[in-house]
Design a protein around this ligand. Structure first.
Ligand code: DGL
Length: 275
């Protein structure tokens, strides 16, 4: 075996790193475990410093880079920035300074939206940071200059999910306030540009109506991860034994473990780490 193939083999056994400001990136873990069950995962959730959405870009970039550095010590072969706010704040920066491939959620979400939309009228919702950066809008426009794009920051959605208030009349009211103006613009596709929004997808779909196709970036990124691993020959071999999932958080691990259990339908153990 030549040294290049040997290196590919060693790398193929390494884990995929996933980072998020908190629990929301578990939506990406769930998708990876469903679609790429032979891959191991190391997850870092910056729960002590979330939410990232209202923070300045420079700060989000710095925090995100600290998580990336942590993952690099865990020997990962690829890093997924599951957090939309972190992706918007500086994906190209992380890609420049990191030796492993770093994938963000914006490009895959945009690709899916472009494929789904029939009328070229696309909505984007996200945190204040993501929407303020206009990264979704710029990436959409780069691919199709004639799109009609309606963007809206929905900061209260994160709070509703975090506080388990999605099934309440207040949540329905907030959802109508945020989403009705988008529906009035006759969008046929809506990008859920925040890790937390897939956790309230039923309410969002109810409010937009079934004619609007919702794009879940967590689902879309997995296709990108798989493509990257195939292209670099670093898929974990099917017979490599048991996959390992390791979870690290900067805050109290217990609430994270509880949400993790609900989302992944399995007990998870999270370790607290100071960044
Ligand atoms: N993970 C963030 C995102 O996807 C949402 C939560 C936060 O504001 O930190 O934008």
């Amino acid at each position: 075996m030549n040294s290049l193939n040997k290196e590919k083999l060693i790398n193929s056994h390494k884990a995929i790193g996933v980072i998020d400001s908190g629990v929301g990136g578990l939506t990406v873990v769930k998708e990876i475990s469903r679609c790429l069950p032979h891959e191991s995962i190391v997850y870092f959730g910056d729960t002590a410093r979330m939410p990232y959405g209202p923070r300045p870009n420079e700060e989000v970039r710095r925090f995100t880079f600290e998580m990336i550095e942590f993952l690099q010590h865990q020997e990962v072969k690829l890093i997924v920035v599951a957090c939309n706010s972190a992706t918007a704040a500086g994906l190209s920066y992380y890609q420049q300074v990191c030796e492993q491939p770093v994938l963000g959620v914006i490009e895959p979400g945009v690709r899916a939206a472009l494929a789904y939309s029939q009328n070229n009228r696309i909505g984007v919702i996200g945190t204040a940071g993501t929407i303020g950066s206009s990264e979704y809008e710029k990436t959409l426009k780069k691919n199709n200059g004639s799109l009609h794009i309606v963007s809206r920051a929905c900061p209260l959605f994160v709070l509703l999910v975090e506080n388990n208030l999605v099934d309440t009349p207040e949540a329905r009211k907030v959802a109508h306030e945020y989403l009705d103006p988008l529906s009035d613009e006759n969008i046929d596709t809506l990008i859920l540009g925040c890790t937390h929004y897939p956790l309230m997808v039923d309410l969002i779909q109810e409010v937009t109506g079934p004619q609007v196709k919702l794009v879940n970036s967590a689902e879309e990124i997995v296709t990108e991860v798989e493509g990257n691993l195939i292209a670099s020959g670093q898929q974990n071999p099917l017979n490599s034994g048991k996959t390992r999932y390791r979870f690290f958080v900067s805050g109290n691990p217990h609430p994270f473990e509880e949400v993790g259990y609900k989302m992944l339908q399995r007990e998870i153990k999270a370790y607290q780490v100071q960044l």
